[in-house]
Design a protein around this ligand. Structure first.
Ligand code: MLT
Ligand code: ZN
Length: 466
């Protein structure tokens, strides 16, 4: 966008909201105009740092009046470009809204501002002998507002569900500049449409979350982690079933041998065991007594005899459990230098072997020159397909080459009744995939909903629905 137009937007905001912190320095525009995706160049007009609900409401009202597009911004750890400002938008950063507002021990709820970091919520809950169960690799910098706007998933969805399942109430400023209070922490509320759930996963396209009330739960029992060398994908399904039926798993993750090689190289990790197999499973279960451990070992023996697994290790301490988790949680960071092109796919768990087999064949024939890694949350059907950029290929060419195969990946996903975005959202990068997962009627209804909450298309325009 032209510099004069961007300056005009920044000046308008400064004159109407002199009390707001508004930054137009290049370094801030660049850092706050993008997320973890590296396929779009930031081009923001300004970054605003509201400190209160009132600040956000005033800002949105001015934006509505002057048709200034706004991009909500949290920890900027998103992987689909949902927080990218590349068309002269004004970024609304929630960095200054980091207060914990209320803890209610009877209701077991925590009310927070949107800029509170996910890990701070987990720690606050733990200090009160409670538990916030949503967990993922970027929890040290991602913010709760962004988690809610993208319905973040992570590694313990199998036991505790998604972010959606933890949200007991929301306050939102919608695209009309109105403050909506959506379910004020109630457990039961049969009073019609639950607007809270429209905002969860809406990627900031309907409004901005300014306060959230989260449910906390019982702290988990001491846990054990096993890393298993698995002989095939079919075997992975059997292993999942055996262990989940016997132990009620809290997590069941998987990684391919190539992903294992990269995480080891990236973090200098030793081989976790002697045997090499095409896939590895990382599973976690509550284990408060010797009987549970015995059941786990029995399942391991059984899987060994059946030829499902070739080897395995089990943690004997919290430190060992954390070490084993690194083989899975460290992958994303280990491969950032390769500018990975990510597809975040999901199917029903029972469908994974057939789907991944089809996808793998497609990847081998259509990406013969690219290395493709598989890992993800097997226990909830979520596969992360990461295509690594060869060092000598320019990013734009790489993105184009990957994008050319997308329709085939999406078509295959549709054929297996899956979703082209499991937990990373649609954002900017996955818009072309939306019609493969949602029907034309669905998308039309979504546009209708958008028009109700944000008739002037002020809220994160160009994302999700375009
Ligand atoms: C993960 O599960 O590691 C994250 O979703 C990030 C990624 O896909 O790399
Ligand atoms: Zn993930």
């Amino acid at each position: 966008m032209r510099t004069e137009q961007k300056s005009r937007r920044a000046e308008l905001l400064k004159s109407h909201c002199p009390e707001l912190e508004i930054n137009t320095k290049n370094a801030v525009l660049e850092s706050h105009g993008c997320d973890w995706t590296r396929f779009r160049k930031p081009d923001a007009a300004a970054v605003v740092f509201p400190r209160s609900v009132h600040d956000v409401q005033k800002l949105v009202r001015v934006a509505v009046e002057h048709r200034i597009p706004l991009v909500p911004s949290g920890g900027r750890t998103g992987l689909s470009g949902g927080a990218v400002a590349d068309a002269g938008e004004v970024v609304v950063s929630f960095e200054r809204m980091r207060r914990i507002i209320d803890f209610n021990a009877v209701d077991r709820t925590l009310t927070v501002e949107p800029g509170v970091v996910t890990q701070a919520i987990q720690e606050y809950a733990a200090q009160r002998n409670l538990y916030y169960p949503v967990s993922f690799a970027s929890e040290g910098s991602s913010q709760i507002g962004g988690n809610i706007a993208t319905n973040a998933g992570g590694i313990r969805v199998l036991r505790y569900g998604l972010t959606r399942d933890q949200v007991a109430g929301l306050k939102v400023i919608d695209g009309r500049g109105e403050l909506l209070e959506c379910n004020s922490g109630l457990v039961k509320n049969a009073s019609g449409y639950d607007l809270r759930h429209l905002f969860i996963g809406s990627e900031g396209t309907l409004g901005m979350i300014v306060e959230a009330t989260l449910r906390l739960t019982d702290p988990p029992l001491p846990s054990r982690v096993m890393l298993l060398a698995v002989n095939s994908l079919d075997a992975m399904t059997q292993v999942f079933r055996q262990f989940n039926d016997a132990l009620g798993l809290t997590a069941f993750e998987f990684l391919s041998a190539a992903a294992m090689a990269h995480v080891r190289a990236g973090h200098g990790l030793p081989a976790p065991m002697d045997t090499a197999t095409p896939y590895y499973a990382l599973l976690e279960f509550d284990c408060a007594d010797a009987d549970t451990e015995e059941r786990a070992l029995q399942r391991f023996e059984y899987c060994l005899e059946e030829g499902h697994v070739a080897d395995g290790v089990i943690s004997q301490s919290e430190a060992q459990a954390a070490d084993l988790w690194r083989y899975r949680e460290g992958i994303s960071e280990a491969i950032t230098g390769y500018t990975p092109y990510k597809n975040d796919l999901s199917v029903r768990i029972s469908e994974i072997p057939a789907y991944l087999d089809d996808l793998d064949q497609l990847a081998k024939s259509r990406y013969p020159d690219f290395e493709v890694l598989w890992y993800g949350h097997f226990g909830d059907g979520n596969l992360h397909m990461n295509i690594l950029k060869p060092a000598d290929l320019p990013v734009e060419e790489f993105e184009k080459a990957c994008g050319r195969v997308n329709p085939e990946i999406f078509e295959l996903t549709r054929a297996h009744h899956g979703s082209i975005s499991a937990e990373h959202g649609i954002g900017l990068l996955k818009k072309a995939g939306l019609p493969y997962t949602r029907s034309a009627a669905d998308i039309e209804r979504m546009r209708g909903i958008k028009a109700v909450f944000d008739p002037l298309n002020i809220m994160n325009p160009g994302k999700l629905l375009g």
